[in-house]
Design a binder for this molecule. Structure first.
Ligand SMILES: NC(=O)C1=CN([C@@H]2O[C@H](COP(=O)(O)OP(=O)(O)OC[C@H]3O[C@@H](n4cnc5c(N)ncnc54)[C@H](O)[C@@H]3O)[C@@H](O)[C@H]2O)C=CC1
Ligand SMILES: O=C([O-])CC(=O)C(=O)O
Length: 268
């Protein structure tokens, strides 16, 4: 009789229980009913039914997930990603902008090598990165990204110090510069610029403009790419998640799709 094969039960820890984490956890429970799920928080809180609550880095490592899904912010990546990778845990990163820090990027690469694990980034709220990555093979001439969001989506950022966002009547350009600068200055709004940089011309050569636009209700992203291959332009107008106007629903959907792909699960 052939030996029976039993697939190990996937163990997924979700880091962050804000707008994205709250969307994601029930979806994972529904789509991967066989998975053991945990939630990494900074302090005590009520975990959703059936989800193990982990407080702090040691509890996370002791639980031994196969995959750590980060949707918590740049600080949380700095705290958890390297130790997790070193412990052999694959890390799926939503806060891609933190990789604008070249030292951290090198540290995470070293940690992944040491732990034989993988650091995976999401495309998040933007699209077209597969085409950008492919086009890079023949040489790129320019990559330009323009991000427009309603004024209050920029609250708590440097734009709120420079402009009275609540009374804007016309669109204003709040930032022009490189993807590296934008990802560092707008850690909760410009992770997509890092994803574009990583797929294309890098953090210094990718041009970024950010706009506060009182005439829109969605988070709009435009990507314009020119190279030896030809050129393309892609535009997205994303509905925000109700709990966080800075964050597009598509970013959470992208995370969910990436997890499905990771486990080879059919779309449902
Ligand atoms: N790649 C992309 O397209 C996008 C990426 N993002 C990234 O995703 C992150 C999460 O987005 P949202 O859920 O909308 O933000 P949110 O602010 O609604 O939720 C973040 C949650 O993480 C928690 N948190 C922060 N540090 C933590 C730590 N060290 N340990 C455990 N929990 C911690 C916070 O308390 C909060 O509950 C953003 O900060 C941003 O970096 C957001 C939007 C798009
Ligand atoms: O969700 C979005 O529209 C983009 C975003 O916040 C980010 O890239 O950090």
């Amino acid at each position: 009789m052939p030996a029976e094969h039993s697939t190990p039960r996937p163990r997924i820890a979700v880091l962050g229980y804000g707008a994205m984490g709250r969307y994601l956890l029930p979806r994972l429970a529904q789509q991967l009913p066989e998975a053991a799920l945990a939630l990494v928080l900074r302090g005590p809180a009520d975990a959703p039914a059936g989800v193990t609550l982990l407080t702090g880095a040691k509890a996370l490592l002791d639980w031994q997930p196969g995959l750590l899904v980060e949707c918590a912010g740049h600080g949380a990546v700095r705290e958890h990603a390297a130790p997790a990778l070193r412990a052999g845990i694959d890390v799926l990163l939503t806060s891609v902008g933190v990789l604008a820090d070249a030292d951290l990027r090198a540290q995470l690469d070293d940690s992944a090598r040491a732990g034989a694990s993988r650091l995976i980034t999401v495309s998040g709220a933007i699209g077209g990165l597969d085409a950008l990555d492919a086009a890079r093979g023949a040489g790129l001439h320019s990559v330009r990204y323009v991000g427009r969001k309603p004024p209050l989506a920029w609250s708590g950022t440097p734009a709120a110090e420079a402009f009275d966002l609540a009374v804007l009547r016309e669109p204003v350009v709040i930032f022009s510069g490189s993807a590296g600068e934008s990802a560092r200055a707008y850690p909760k709004n410009a992770n997509v610029t890092a994803a574009v940089a990583l797929a294309g011309m890098g953090f210094e050569q990718t041009q970024v403009q950010l706009v506060a636009d009182p005439g829109i209700t969605r988070n709009c992203h435009a990507l314009e790419v020119r190279g030896a291959f030809g050129e393309f332009r892609i535009e997205l107008a994303n509905a925000p998640l109700p709990e966080n106007p800075k964050t597009s629903w598509l970013a959470a959907l992208s995370l969910e799709a990436q997890i499905r792909g990771y486990f080879g699960t059919a779309v449902s």
